[in-house]
Write a protein that binds this ligand. Sequence first.
Ligand SMILES: Nc1ncnc2c1ncn2[C@@H]1O[C@H](COP(=O)(O)OP(=O)(O)OP(=O)(O)O)[C@@H](O)[C@H]1O
Ligand SMILES: [Mg+2]
Length: 630
Amino acid sequence: MSRKGFSVSELTFQEEEFSRQIDLGLWRRVVRHAKPYWRQLAGLCIAGLVVAGVDVMLPLSTAWLIDEAVANGVGPRLWGLIGLYFTLCAALCVCIWVFIELAGQAATGIAYDLRTQGFARLQALSFSYYDVRPVGWLVTRLTSDVTKLSSLIPWFLLDLVWGSLLLLGITAAMFWLNWQLALAVLVIVPPLSIASVYFQRRLLDSSRNMRRTNSQITANFNEAITGVRTTKALVREREALDEFQSLSGAMHSHCMRNSLQSAIYLPLVITIGSLGVGLALWRGGVDVLGPDSTLTLGVLIAFMQYAALFHMPIEELARRFTDLQAAQAVAERIQTLLDTEPEIQDSPEVVKQIEATAIAEAKPNVAMDGGPAVIKRVEFRDVSFWYKPDEPVLKRFNLSVTPGETIALVGATGGGKSTIASVLARFYEPCEGEVLINGTDYRQRSLHWLQSNLGIVLQSPVLFSGSIRENIRYGRLDATDEQVEEAATLVNANVFIDELDDGYEFEVGEAGSRLSTGQRQLVSLARAVLADPQIFILDEATSSVDTETERLIQDGINRVLHGRISFVIAHRLSTIRAASRILVIDSGRIVEHGTHEELMAERGRYHDLYVGQFARQKEQAWLAGDEQPT
Ligand SMILES: Nc1ncnc2c1ncn2[C@@H]1O[C@H](COP(=O)(O)OP(=O)(O)OP(=O)(O)O)[C@@H](O)[C@H]1O
Ligand SMILES: [Mg+2]
């Protein structure tokens, strides 16, 4: 728990858990991503096989070399063996180069594919998916998780082939040379395996704790940096530091444990390995010196080399299997992301219908189709909606709108106004009831058709890095410069744009951070106007613009909205006086409706709200010295 009473990113930590059991079904699905790189992977297996072969051959050739030198001295046979030795070394170098290259190619390719697919999936997923997942969590999936998984696949395969073949090869060679001595060396296998598996598991646990704490630290950093103004303003530096220190303290102890484990593990494995060498030397040495020795010096040296080599594949295999366990959570998260179907998408019938129309009319852009050209009526019929099942937001909401009507939604914060807009835009679908367009449930038409007929200015405007011109043109990519400027002029955005040095080429910065909120609203308003949609939704589109500018753009907006279906959400009631219908929304229901005049005459909730705001405006105007109190 953090100082604010909620955990920084609970989801991240919940999903970090994983089981030790290798989930074959999951890995089968994951391995499919490696299919396009089967050539590289096959090459890796061959390289692994050759390297294992060379690793087994090198001690043997050393043995032959020594025995030949001892028995016959320098001669053509010795030169031949020296040649063999160097050829093996050269083959080893080439294979290492080949497998590093191939593993790199496969890992990069798999990472590229996973990232592209993951990104495409994220673009397709519905809003509800993003509601419960922190941005940082999603970014980690496509960055470090993908890197981890994509490099694991080729390296695991290589080590599996190399390690198991090397173990088999060494064992076979030792038995072939001298079975008694082979048995003596193999005594080290059980303690070596136990130590490797034990320590790898401990290391896995501690490094998992390190990773988990690290992501908490990153989240903490992120919040601390982005929230530094609030922290300072509320004089909470001490608490922020305390919280950070407790996290870093935890990180420190996990790191210490991890280093201690590594510090014990490596010498232990080397010691056990040396024990094997010692055993070979002792048993073999006695044998070589014995009067009826069957063992040559060369073979003894080969044995010592095998004994020294033996721990490498065991250690490597143990490490790769723990990597696999550790990566299982990563694999599962990525695979789940790729397998998640968007909650809102065209139904199979709609897809079929669109395809049929496309074939019949030979239209290339099938997605554009799937609905009538002119929208004559939008109707909410008994729409109920909730984000969480036991907390209804809209309750049996009914509304019918025709072109030329501007519907204003007003009411208390959290009443459900933005939710009505989201349901209309099909960002979310009704949980009960239906939204009808020209009398047909919008789920029977394509999403693309609906959304390309919608122009939305969201409550918190989103701009992308790039120039103002590019951001406005995002509404209609084929618009000319003149059309972009016309749209900006219509909503009065040209006034502030003309004052900028670069004008329309001004770079807005990440998420439009170099513009004020009001300026961002004007740009996104121009963008929506440029798109020229049949349905307009303006959610607090001008809430951060000063009243004077708002008055100036009101005319422009009214002209744009003329003849269309429009929904305007506003807290500043002066802006919606002209709306054809005003709906007062409270807890997801319409509690009052009518024109401004009707509602004022009713003297109900709207009247009170309006009079309250009007009085405040007057007071402010008076304080500013513009008017005398009345
Ligand atoms: N993505 C979401 N996930 C869960 N609950 C949500 C989500 N968005 C809104 N809510 C909840 O739904 C209710 C209605 O929210 P909504 O944003 O529609 O209100 P609003 O009328 O637009 O308020 P405001 O005037 O402050 O913009 C609120 O109680 C809010 O907590
Ligand atoms: Mg809202």
